[in-house]
Design a protein around this ligand. Structure first.
Ligand SMILES: [Zn+2]
Length: 662
């Protein structure tokens, strides 16, 4: 059969096996449900009295998985890349001139690792190392995430047959070969380079549009002494060659993607002369789905190894697929794929709304969708369900509210004038900054390891527990009732300012819009966007003993809060500020006695006494005195100031100070 689906002669078969003359040229492709070739075969059988019976018969038949059209099988000559040959020690491809890197600044990148695959190593045995072994060695030099996929791609390379790179498609990148009169291929590096130049100028269709003669006139090498072509190749390249060539077509061609030459040259000893050093152009990361170990990850590796002498990437990250939830049976979860959606569109099946990112972005906003993606462990398949996204949307609101709270309490804070130095911060502020520094360290570690779901867990936990349920709640009293310019209030604002700044930077990779929106409102911020700042997470210096003291305070808090809840249910008190707490604590809870003020704040009660004793005891009573109208604390001095009969002494002082400083 020829390229147009018609029966044809073949030079490669003996005469008795040739196509009968009356069938040559008949098309097997159907027009209006009939094919000329079928009709001609039936006719021939009838003429030869060899047709016993004729009947239309419905049977199953292979179809293209993508277009769903029936497939015709043909025996064809194909092109292969041999995987088990021994490449020449000088490398596998002719040396390539390194594109010039113009005006590139040295970035603050970490030092580059050595090239994944130094060609010079094992030079004594280079003569017997097969290409497959080179590929396996290169795999060892790459950082695979998750780690187990190294075995997967290793096994795929180990067991792969020679690479069939030719396709008989009506579109694609042509294989720039010619055939002589005896149908022997003419393939020469000079012809290929000339073809590349032609295609660069006119696009790949030039090959198909021009005749063999026209092409040969343009591509024939100057001193050509070989056979003249009788035909051009109509084969196209396997598309994995197209995408697998991005190391050449993208990485090596774009100076902005490369490291400064000066950095890398020192580290690329052993690179064949004339080649751009691998450390200069290698991609930091290739990222794709878990089906690419036989696809893009592998074709990229083999092509780059053959053409560039090194793996194209330093790190490869593999992620699972988005799957529909299978509530009753986890094995029923189905991959959400393009071909699935194509089928629905084509066959007129009732159109079902595809699960695109767009549809969720319209519902939840881009940041919630991004946060949901980050929250999922990408190493496994990811179940897409509204229920799960809704849960993440709740977390998003907690984080957003935390940012709002912090920003709204910094309205009168000028970091240049009001910041309190570390050692003068109140204990509570030092505690939250210490906890936040720990969070920063954990989040950086998780980002570095590409464990975005860990970033999400740590951040959401911190926003909900340490910030919303504890710190933000406790410091309300200071922020709302202390004199505006008091040390205690400025100390807390200092902590809030530091936290909101670093929180925006920490969130920026995931909550890109929210972080940037919040960033605009941070007092004293001179950099325009959170995305162009450097997040310099620092440890918060906690003197020995202070951390233990705060752990003890929280231990006591955990003992008292349930008792306060009981007192509330027993109608002894309403809000916790109506309570007077008497504590007896053993000496093991050292340091708590000296931090009575801190503990009273943490408990959010009006009155607290601490005595020491062997066993812990917690006694709750109704607070003494009257409720201050301003701070809602119960104090015995409410009403003692004739000018402010409804305020406590602390509030009277605060009101007067605020008036004086206005
Ligand atoms: Zn008060």
């Amino acid at each position: 059969m020829d390229d147009d689906g018609r029966f044809a002669y073949s030079n490669e078969l003996p005469v008795e096996q040739q196509m009968p003359r009356e069938l040559v040229g008949k098309s097997i492709l159907e027009k209006h449900g009939k094919s000329d070739a079928n009709e001609a075969v039936l006719q021939l059988l009838r003429e030869r009295k060899a047709l016993a019976h004729q009947e239309d018969y419905l049977h199953s038949y292979p179809h293209c998985w993508r277009s769903k059209m029936p497939v015709i099988f043909r025996a064809m000559d194909q092109w292969f890349i041999e995987i088990d040959h021994v490449p020449s020690p000088a490398g596998l491809a002719p040396a390539m001139a390194a594109p010039k890197v113009v005006g590139q600044e040295s970035e603050s990148r970490p030092p580059d690792p050595p090239p994944a695959f130094p060609l010079s190593s094992g030079a004594e045995s280079a003569g017997v190392i097969k290409f497959r072994d080179l590929a396996l060695a290169a795999i060892e030099g790459v950082h695979w995430i998750p780690e187990w996929v190294k075995n997967r791609i290793g096994a795929a390379v180990k067991s792969r047959p020679d690479w069939c790179i030719s396709r008989q498609r009506s579109w694609g990148v042509p294989i720039p070969a010619f055939y002589d009169a005896q149908t022997h291929p003419i393939l020469d590096a000079r012809i290929v380079r000339n073809a590349a130049d032609l295609i660069e100028k006119h696009g790949s269709n030039a090959w198909f549009e021009k005749s063999c003669r026209e092409l040969w006139t343009e591509l024939k090498p100057e001193d050509w002494a070989g056979p003249e072509p009788a035909a051009k190749s109509n084969d196209t390249l396997d598309v994995w060659i197209d995408s697998g060539s991005s190391s050449r077509a993208v990485l090596m061609r774009r100076p902005e993607l490369q490291r400064a030459a000066s950095v890398s040259l020192a580290e690329s000893t052993g690179q064949p002369a004339g080649r751009m050093p691998a450390a200069q152009w290698q991609a930091d990361m290739y990222l794709e789905g878990s089906d690419q170990h036989r696809g893009w990850f592998q074709s990229s590796l083999l092509i780059s190894l053959a053409g560039n002498g090194a793996a194209p990437y330093r790190t490869v990250l593999t992620h699972g697929f988005m799957v529909k939830p299978g509530k009753e049976d986890p094995s029923k979860k189905a991959k959400i794929s393009k071909s699935e959606e194509d089928k629905k569109g084509q066959q007129g099946v009732a159109y079902e709304k595809p699960q695109t990112a767009e549809s969720y972005i319209k519902l939840y906003g881009a940041d919630v969708v991004r946060l949901w993606v980050a929250s999922q462990d990408f190493r496994n398949d990811i179940i897409v369900s509204e229920e799960r996204i809704n849960k993440v949307a709740e977390t998003y609101r907690v984080i957003r509210n935390a940012l709002r709270y912090q920003l709204s309490n910094l309205y009168d804070f000028d970091p240049a004038r009001h910041s309190v130095p570390d050692e003068k911060l109140t204990g509570l502020d030092r505690w939250i900054l210490g906890a936040f520094a720990r969070l920063e360290a954990e989040v950086i570690q998780a980002y570095d390891a590409f464990e975005f779901h860990v970033v999400y867990q740590k951040l959401s936990q911190f926003a909900a527990v340490e910030l919303s349920a504890t710190y933000h709640d406790v410091v309300k009293d200071r922020l709302y009732t202390d004199p505006a310019n008091s040390h205690r209030r400025r100390s807390t604002q200092t902590a809030l300012h530091r936290i909101v700044t670093a929180l925006c930077q920490m969130l920026a990779p995931v909550l890109s819009f929210t972080a940037d929106e919040a960033w605009e409102f941070i007092a004293g911020q001179t950099v325009e966007s959170a995305h162009i700042t450097t997040w310099s997470a620092g440890a918060f210096p906690w003197p020995a003993g202070e951390e233990t003291a705060w752990q003890n305070l929280f231990t006591v808090r955990d003992l008292v809060l349930p008792e306060l809840e009981k007192a509330r249910q027993g109608k002894l008190i309403g809000k916790s500020l109506e309570a007077k707490v008497a504590l007896r604590l053993p000496s093991a809870l050292a340091g708590v006695g000296e931090r009575q003020g801190d503990l009273r704040e943490l408990l959010n009660v009006s009155q607290l006494t601490i005595t020491s004793g062997e066993a812990v005891s917690v006694t709750i009573a109704h607070a003494d005195g009257r409720k201050c109208e301003r701070c809602w604390h119960w104090e015995t001095d409410v009403g003692s100031h004739p000018g402010h009969p409804t305020l406590c002494g602390r509030c009277v002082a605060a009101v007067q100070e605020n008036l004086n400083t206005k």
